[in-house]
Design a protein around this ligand. Structure first.
Ligand code: AMP
Length: 289
């Protein structure tokens, strides 16, 4: 694999081999099997894969979260070297170089960035959109791979690509989980062993309630999920919402459900000052069509 840290060098190299079909996997490093599953999928689908590793400051609304974010480039490169081939690229830009290419743009996300993660992390998605746009412009991929774990991010990136006519196919990849069901995340490293094992409660509670069989069951479901998780110390639910995958509008009663849409129960939970997010698909067996 080729390691490149400047946008100009990346563009030069890609321009030389224009005909290559490029798949792109943006990451913030501290790689785990979840990230690697995206890289493997891209390698299967494309002639060349570019993986970026960049902890993007503009998407952190909390400076201590940014400071504590795990970084281990050496281990990341060694993990990637086991699955990438000679022509694949690891792009490790620095802030000043990458952001020097930023130009003014306007994008109406129609409120997708105002709910759930957006309302609890002000400015987060503005930073995500800025960096993904810059990375897309530097890499110019045909396909880009995002994890379903960051469900709201995935929805927003799809919207951005459509609105800005970027012509990039966004591929959603399934959530990889630890053996106990906890969604893999770079932040899991900051949990104690004990809390990490108890964190099984998040996915098991979501799964318990995700097949809704009657309108009655829908009433109070959010509270039941919150109570179930909050009953295990040290977990504290920040929000739980059931939303569709296009508008991210919250469902609280049967009349909110539209046929033809997919619904996901999305959650953010605090434990030991670490913020964990997860989601599962919800089904409403009592709605026809
Ligand atoms: P991050 O480094 O956290 O920005 O994540 C980079 C990409 O990996 C994003 O598209 C994430 O959604 C994806 N990702 C992170 N964790 C997982 C996981 N457990 N399973 C699948 N994809 C993941």
């Amino acid at each position: 694999m080729i390691i490149i840290d400047s946008v100009a060098d990346l563009r030069r190299l890609l321009a030389r081999e224009e005909k290559f079909g490029t798949g792109f996997v943006p990451t913030m490093g501290a790689l785990h099997r979840g990230h690697l599953s995206l890289v493997k999928q891209s390698s299967l689908d494309n002639k060349r894969t570019v993986v970026s590793i960049f902890v993007n400051p503009t998407q952190f609304n909390d400076t201590s979260d940014l400071e504590k974010y795990p970084r281990d480039l050496e281990t990341d490169l060694s993990m990637l070297s086991n699955i990438l081939s000679d022509k694949d690229i690891v792009f490790t830009p620095n802030y000043n170089d990458l952001y020097s290419f930023e130009t003014e743009f306007s994008l109406d996300l129609m409120g997708l960035d105002q709910v759930m993660e957006g309302s609890h992390r002000p400015g987060h998605f503005e930073g995500v959109v800025r960096v993904v746009k810059l990375l897309f412009e530097a890499v110019t991929p045909e396909k880009a791979y995002f994890g379903q774990k960051d469900f709201q991010q995935l929805t927003i990136i799809k919207k951005m690509v459509k609105e800005l006519n970027m012509g990039i196919e966004i591929i959603a990849c399934p959530i990889l989980r630890e053996a106990n069901g906890l969604a893999m995340s770079s932040r899991n490293e900051r949990l104690s062993e004990h809390t990490r094992s108890l964190a099984a409660i998040i996915h098991s509670t979501l799964k318990e309630y995700c097949k809704v069989k009657s309108a009655n069951e829908l009433t109070g479901i959010s509270q039941k999920i919150k109570d179930g998780i909050n009953s295990v110390s040290p977990f504290l639910v920040e929000y739980f919402e059931i939303v569709d995958n296009i508008s991210l509008r919250s469902v609280s009663s049967v009349s909110d459900i539209m046929s033809g849409r997919k619904y996901y129960g999305c959650i953010a939970v605090y434990a030991e000052e670490v913020r964990l997010i997860d989601n599962v698909e919800f089904s409403f067996a009592f709605i026809k069509g």
